[in-house]
Design a protein around this ligand. Structure first.
Ligand code: IPD
Ligand code: CA
Ligand code: CA
Length: 263
């Protein structure tokens, strides 16, 4: 498969950052046993990966700006394009040596998400999509799953943790989901969850309170894999509201109506 110049630039940045994360992931396994734990080391790994991505993308597209999880906004002289980057999505997994995390790079053009790359350097799974050109996993075309019934579906959402403001809401939703779906999972990485829905591994996914960098690339993957997305109320303000539901058309609506809105 011939990849566009744009996707090549994004893949190069993601794989370069991925190499750095892989090296640091090896270290984390050693640090796990120390009393202090690998916390500071992981935030340094995160920042380093982001710097690698910025440097790599700036080299190819010097005029484009950034929205970065760690570094915030960097204005570019080109008002049309903006990279939206999460250098390490799934930090808690990384911290605990769980190999479910990814680099996520999305491109926004005139306010629309138009390209996305999600890369898990441990599994070496590279998910790419560009508007109008389809979605791919390691160069194999991806399609969302065709299952239409919740009873057959493997769903994914967030598992609330200490300090979570949405604990009650998730528990209510999880109760309905567990009672009505074939499986409910929490992967601890929004980017990986969206990539897995695009790949047809998961039938549906929802989450509240995400940030733009958690979902930017995933939005393009889902759409280009023939999937559907909405915010929690069924509109398309995912980036603005932080709420997202993904799946095929029927599954997305089944999650919204039966699990989130509830009859
Ligand atoms: C987090 C992950 C997690 C989601 C959180 C995010 P981080 O991102 O995507 O799955 O539930 O809301 O903040 O901190 O690992 O980059
Ligand atoms: Ca992150
Ligand atoms: Ca994130």
């Amino acid at each position: 498969m011939a990849r566009s110049a744009l996707l090549n630039v994004m893949v190069q940045a993601a794989t370069k950052a991925g190499r750095s994360l892989t090296r640091d992931f090896g270290e984390v396994e050693q640090l796990q046993v120390s009393v202090k734990g690998p916390g500071d080391f992981v935030s340094a790994a995160d920042t380093k990966a982001e710097e690698i991505i910025v440097e790599s993308l700036q080299k190819s597209r010097p005029d484009w700006g950034f929205l970065l999880e760690e570094g915030g906004e960097i204005k570019g002289s080109d008002p049309l394009h903006r990279w939206i980057v999460d250098p390490l999505d799934g930090t808690t997994n990384f911290l605990h040596s769980l190999p479910i995390f990814a680099v996520s790079i999305g491109l926004e053009r005139q306010g629309q998400m138009v390209a996305g790359v999600i890369y898990n350097p441990i599994t070496e799974e590279l998910f790419t999509a560009e508007k109008g050109s389809g979605a791919f996993m390691n160069d194999r075309r991806m399609r969302v799953a065709a299952r239409r019934k919740l009873a057959d579906a493997a769903l994914c959402t967030a598992i609330p943790h200490i300090g979570s403001k949405t604990l009650g809401r998730y528990l209510e939703e999880a109760k309905i989901a567990c009672a009505n779906a074939a499986a409910v999972r929490g992967l601890g990485s929004a980017a990986v969850s969206l990539a897995y829905v695009a790949a047809g591994r998961l039938d549906g996914y929802w989450e509240h309170n995400l940030k733009p960098w958690d979902m930017a690339a995933g939005i393009v993957l889902i759409r280009e894999a023939g999937g559907f997305l909405s915010d929690i109320s069924g509109g398309d303000r995912m980036i603005e509201t932080g709420g997202i539901i993904a799946g095929n058309e029927t599954m997305r609506e089944a999650i919204r109506k039966n699990i989130i809105e509830r009859p």
